[in-house]
Write a protein that binds this ligand. Sequence first.
Ligand code: SF4
Ligand code: SF4
Length: 234
Amino acid sequence: MANKDITSLEDLLKEVKVDKVGAVNLGNWKDTPLWKDAQKLLPGAKSIVVLAMELFSEIVNQTTSKAIVGDLALRDLYLANSGVIEGHLDWEGYKLIKKLHVRDYKGLLLPAGGSPYDARFLEGPLSYKNVAEAAGTGIIGWHSLLITPEYGPRVRLACIVTDAPFTGSTPTDMESPCIKCGGTCIKICPAKAIRKPQGDEAYRLDKYACCSYYTASGMCAECLRVCPAGRTTK
Ligand code: SF4
Ligand code: SF4
């Protein structure tokens, strides 16, 4: 039975227990790649909700792209902690979809751990960071990661594509920290995968070089670790 007005949709978002919640109303993005990707995932999609949780600096600080076989690898804490956060994001997304079902809406969760992707082009079905930027959750930095005002790039994201017409979030007025920083991520990237963006590009990343290096070294988060955006004393 259709039951679309028990609680306002916006109130449902207030019940989600994550650090940041944003929404994109696709009515404002008609025929853009974002709209098309959402329609492929869920025909009739009207909005995308994005959930974000902080990945603590204490953990990010342990990451290194270099490892010695057999050595104690504190960098493994990064993946373990990411898993905890991703599980929480997914659970909150699942609960939100349950509430949408009660209201006769559909919701498709794109998990925080990542969606299936096309290995030939390193492309997933939906760019979480593009959704987050469109939802005003942050902006994309030169390293191609989302930068939030509160946590810098140290966040994990999950998305929910839905036919519920959530109102879009207010765009962020944060300024890019990249010009002032000058490209710390560019200097440290061991794969030389990051270049200074040109013209109206938000970033210029050789994702194949990044992926090859990541695979060969077992992990890499150097650009994330050194990014000064949103850093406090931690
Ligand atoms: S390290 Fe600097 S240039 Fe790179 S994304 Fe962060 S703020 Fe921007
Ligand atoms: S993850 Fe590592 S290899 Fe990839 S862009 Fe960042 S610093 Fe470069």
